[in-house]
Design a protein around this ligand. Structure first.
Ligand SMILES: *[C@@H]1O[C@H](CO)[C@@H](O)[C@H](O)[C@H]1NC(C)=O
Ligand SMILES: *[C@@H]1O[C@H](CO)[C@@H](O)[C@H](O)[C@H]1NC(C)=O
Length: 285
């Protein structure tokens, strides 16, 4: 379907150019997203196919989905600020809006120029987070776009960096672990996190190099709007709910173990100071 639509828009573009007319190709941004914070810090590039959100001393900014969802395979192409971005957090996440909320986070922690880039993930269920895992990225996320994805179905939540699964949160409701199941909104944001993000809050934002700019691409959303019955959102009619997506396959499993062994720099599951007994979801099986 998507390749058909792509073909169609290429056809319209070429056809339009030949006819000497400009055809505005509608962006899926307007269909699925809106500017949720600081309109004046958000710019549309490449006919709306790309969005730049920025942060300066006055404000950060954010985009958010118009709808909330109950399952899906969410993805965003992201390029984070170049150069010195200490204290500047770029986030791509799903969040519900109740007091005891669920949330699934990707957070780029900002760095001094030339220092490694760290990506943190977190999972909140029923208002409780404290499930941080942190990775050293094996590429420079400010140099070009990469794809960051979250699979969310009734079996598992998987965080992917490009095609590499870096984190799996399996549904262990059967043993009493809360599993994110509240309808969630998709958000992309940039904000001042210098109280904690870089070197544990020691390294602050250098405002002389502001504004800091993050770029997003791909505003399609493959997900089940929560206006449908929740049960319907778990139906195998949606491809991300099929058997194939209930477990990592052998290739993914290998890649997952490899990055966790070589690039994971913090895991709450093995933080004995915080959790003398690892939380039940940490059981490796
Ligand atoms: C902040 O950025 C300016 C401009 O690049 C640089 O001259 C200065 O040394 C930086 N300050 C810190 C604390 O890194
Ligand atoms: C595992 O899944 C990935 C992504 O869907 C796919 O590209 C790969 O071919 C699969 N590998 C196996 C062994 O099934």
């Amino acid at each position: 379907m998507r390749s058909f639509l792509l073909g169609l828009s290429v056809f319209l573009l070429v056809g339009g150019a030949l006819a000497g007319k400009k055809i505005a190709i509608p962006s899926s941004f307007d269909k699925n997203y809106y500017v949720a914070w600081a309109q004046d810090h958000v710019q549309f590039l490449h006919q709306g196919k790309e969005v730049q959100i920025s942060m300066d001393k006055a404000s950060g900014s954010a985009i958010a989905s118009k709808m909330v969802y109950a399952s899906g395979f969410f993805n965003m192409r992201i390029k984070v600020p170049v150069g010195d971005s200490a204290g500047v957090v770029t986030a791509f996440y799903l969040t519900s809006h109740s007091d005891i909320h669920d949330e699934l986070d990707f957070e780029f922690l900002g760095n001094k120029e030339g220092k490694p880039h760290y990506l943190q993930t977190n999972v909140y269920t029923n208002g409780v987070g404290n499930r941080e895992q942190r990775f050293l990225l094996w590429f420079d996320p400010s140099a070009r776009f990469h794809t960051y994805r979250v699979l969310w179905n009734t079996h598992q939540i998987v965080f992917f960096v490009d095609d590499t699964p870096i984190r799996v949160f399996r549904n262990k409701a059967k043993i009493g672990v809360h599993y994110p199941s509240q309808p969630m909104q998709v958000v992309g944001s940039i904000w001042d996190g210098d109280s904690w993000a870089t070197d544990g809050g020691q390294t602050k934002v250098n405002w002389t190099v502001a504004p800091f700019k993050t770029y997003f691409r791909n505003f399609d959303i493959d997900a089940c709007p929560s206006s449908k019955l929740p049960q319907l959102c778990y139906s195998p009619k949606f491809w991300w709910n099929r058997d194939k997506y209930s477990n990592l396959n052998s290739t993914q499993q290998k890649r997952y173990l490899y990055v966790r062994k070589n690039y994971m720099v913090y895991d709450y599951c093995s933080d004995k100071t915080r959790y003398p007994v690892p939380p039940p979801e940490c059981d490796a099986t």
